[in-house]
Design a protein around this ligand. Structure first.
Ligand SMILES: N[C@@H](CCC(=O)N[C@@H](CS)C(=O)NCC(=O)O)C(=O)O
Length: 200
């Protein structure tokens, strides 16, 4: 099984952390989606990473689909199988994933020539991030794990979203969300997070 992606993509990191936490053997193929001579356009018609190439030659994308597939491969289960816990875990995933989308959209806008940037686009994405953090701050409960008794998808998705803020939209979110800051500090040394962090 091969995972294609870059070391800086937070979507790829989410899948890598999930693979690490589950202990699933795989080969990481570092490849930028924009490389016209690379494999990504052939493996994913959307031209995005991550892409998972299975042993039988089938490919899977995007990151939520890959994660769902991987969870069924082996124990421990990182997504609760049913009931309220399942929907809470999937909602944490959606929240973390949405923060990534907002930060990426904001980043792309800030990378345009100054005269082409639209401050309204940037403000709209920053509002989404602020709303997501406020939502998370009030729903942390007693700390990690966020759902059930085991560190799982919910924790991976939230931790990676918060660390991506520090990487691509650095601002004082900790001052406004102290419970979230404490929660991240308590999980940040987990091996699945430490070993998938983007090189500085
Ligand atoms: N929804 C996708 C998002 C993947 C994505 O946007 N990946 C970026 C890298 S961070 C990419 O491949 N961008 C290239 C492009 O959009 O052409 C997922 O969760 O896998």
């Amino acid at each position: 099984m091969k995972l294609y992606g870059t070391l800086t993509s937070p979507y790829v990191r989410k899948v890598r952390a999930f693979l690490h936490e589950k202990g699933i053997a795989h080969e990481l193929v570092i490849e930028a989606p924009a490389d016209p001579a690379g494999n990504i356009p052939r493996l994913n018609p959307l031209g995005k990473v991550p892409v998972l190439l299975r042993g039988d030659g089938e490919t899977l994308f995007d990151s939520p689909v890959i994660i769902d597939y991987l969870d069924g491969l082996a124990d421990p289960r990182l997504i609760p199988p049913a009931g309220e816990e399942r929907f809470h875990a999937l909602r944490w995933h959606a929240l973390g994933h949405g923060v990534l989308d907002a930060v990426v959209t904001r980043l792309m806008e800030t990378r345009r020539k100054p005269e082409l940037q639209d401050p309204a686009v940037i403000a709209k994405q920053e509002d989404k991030v602020a709303g997501a953090l406020s939502f998370a701050e009030t729903r942390l409960g007693g700390g990690a794990p966020l759902v059930g008794a085991r560190f799982g998808l919910a924790d991976i998705a939230l931790a990676i979203a918060l660390e991506y803020l520090d990487m691509r939209y650095a601002h004082d979110w900790r001052g406004r969300h102290p419970a979230l800051a404490r929660w991240l500090a308590a999980v940040t040394d987990r091996p699945c997070l430490k070993e998938t962090r983007a090189p500085s």
